[in-house]
Design a protein around this ligand. Structure first.
Ligand code: LMR
Length: 389
């Protein structure tokens, strides 16, 4: 039987991790997969996480199963951060998921079970979005996320929505768009939210980088605007970046509706999908997040660490933008983009050349993880870019 299997290409982004690790050059630069790095190029465990883990070690008295919805203390502790302190708690319920990917998968599968057949999404997008939609057997309809000037393309979204049918879903990045770093402005969200309602589409909001753009509150603007008007929505949330928990796989899936039966059924369906997929999510990282959010001191420590990350990424962006033009590449937009990523207009041969000649690793789309740049390597990167651009 197994001889019938077709060969599969390795995931291009994840393959970069191994390629970079195998490169012996000491001055190689990793701008590939989306992990935060300090100015020393490290991805340390948050101090707040270490403190929560110490508490967990002391206090955890069992590792018995929790159930397919995972740690509900974690799921509920996040609600005020995601939805706002005053959000009507009777309208929202959630469950833990293995990372942002697990959360997106639950959102897409629950949408499908609700009768959604088509998902609209701006491109480029995180490659796993299209993969998950395809794996769920749903139709993907795309529109342009970004204009030629590097701004969020509201007109393309409006045109897409005009062509959408009632009951379609629209997948939107809440903040820190992956891979472009180009977010809709607050004024644009103000236009988008009523349009989603008018077109009777189901919003699916993916919030994987809250706090890495303009701050925890500001980064939730779009999601909260949509939820202030839309009768129902699904949310995929990740703590992998804003708590630095990447390999611990910490995410959450939420459904929002004032129909109590529909809300219970969204969770019931999510639970059966989880049971047949991973049964129960990994506990450790979510338990650590819960301990942080239940403790004012640890929360303050975590938020301060997040502020530091954001400030450092802003410094990198300012430095890149100050380079102005690198060959034909206009660097100015990088200064106003958000989060870990920006996209450089490079061809495949240029991306290969910068890797082979200069040891600079970036995704095949031209996406760079700006946190991979430090005081020690940013000038070298700009020169390498100038060489291949
Ligand atoms: C990324 O886009 O680099 C991250 O979200 C990691 C991943 O799972 O792709």
């Amino acid at each position: 039987m197994l001889e019938n299997l077709a060969a599969q290409p390795a995931d291009a982004l994840l393959a970069l991790i191994k390629l970079h690790n195998a490169d012996p050059r000491e001055d190689k630069i990793d701008l590939g997969v989306g992990v935060y790095r300090t100015s020393e190029g490290a991805t340390p465990v948050f101090k707040a996480i270490k403190a929560a883990e110490a508490k967990l070690l002391e206090s955890q008295d069992s590792k018995a199963y929790l159930g397919p919805e995972g740690d509900m203390g974690f799921v509920h502790a996040l609600i005020p951060y995601v939805f706002g302190k005053d959000f009507d708690r009777s309208k929202v319920e959630g469950m833990q998921a293995p990372g942002g990917t697990g959360a997106v998968r639950l959102a897409i599968e629950v949408a499908k079970r609700s009768g959604v057949k088509r998902v609209w999404m701006g491109t480029p997008s995180w490659p796993n979005h299209a993969q998950i939609i395809a794996a769920a057997g749903m139709e993907l309809k795309t529109f342009s996320h970004m204009t030629a000037d590097g701004l969020a393309d509201l007109e393309a979204l409006k045109t897409a929505l005009a062509g959408a049918e009632a009951g379609d879903a629209v997948l939107l990045h809440g903040c820190c768009h992956n891979p472009t770093g180009v977010d809709y402005t607050e004024a644009q969200w103000d236009e988008i939210a009523p349009l989603l309602v008018e077109r009777q589409v189901l919003p699916i909001l993916d919030l994987a980088y809250q706090g890495l753009g303009a701050g925890m509150e500001a980064d939730a603007y779009g999601l909260r605007k949509v939820l202030s008007l839309a009768p129902e929505a699904l949310v995929a949330y990740s703590c992998d970046k804003n708590f630095g928990l990447y390999r611990d796989r910490v995410g959450a899936f939420y459904a929002v509706t004032s129909d109590a039966t529909a809300l219970a059924n969204a969770m019931g369906n999510g639970a059966t999908i989880a049971r047949a997929s991973w049964s129960m999510p990994p506990d450790h990282g979510a338990a650590a997040v819960r301990l942080i959010l239940d403790d004012a001191e640890l929360t303050a420590m975590w938020l301060a660490e997040l502020d530091e990350m954001r400030d450092r990424m802003r410094w990198v962006r300012d430095r890149l933008a100050a380079a102005q033009h690198v060959g034909p590449i206009n660097m100015a937009p990088l200064g106003v983009q958000n989060g870990l990523f920006s996209m450089l207009p490079l061809r495949a041969d240029q991306i290969l050349a910068i890797r082979e000649k200069h040891g600079v690793y970036m995704a095949g789309s031209g996406r760079i993880n700006i946190a991979g740049l430090t005081t020690g390597n940013i000038d070298k990167f700009v020169e390498a870019l100038r060489d291949v651009a």
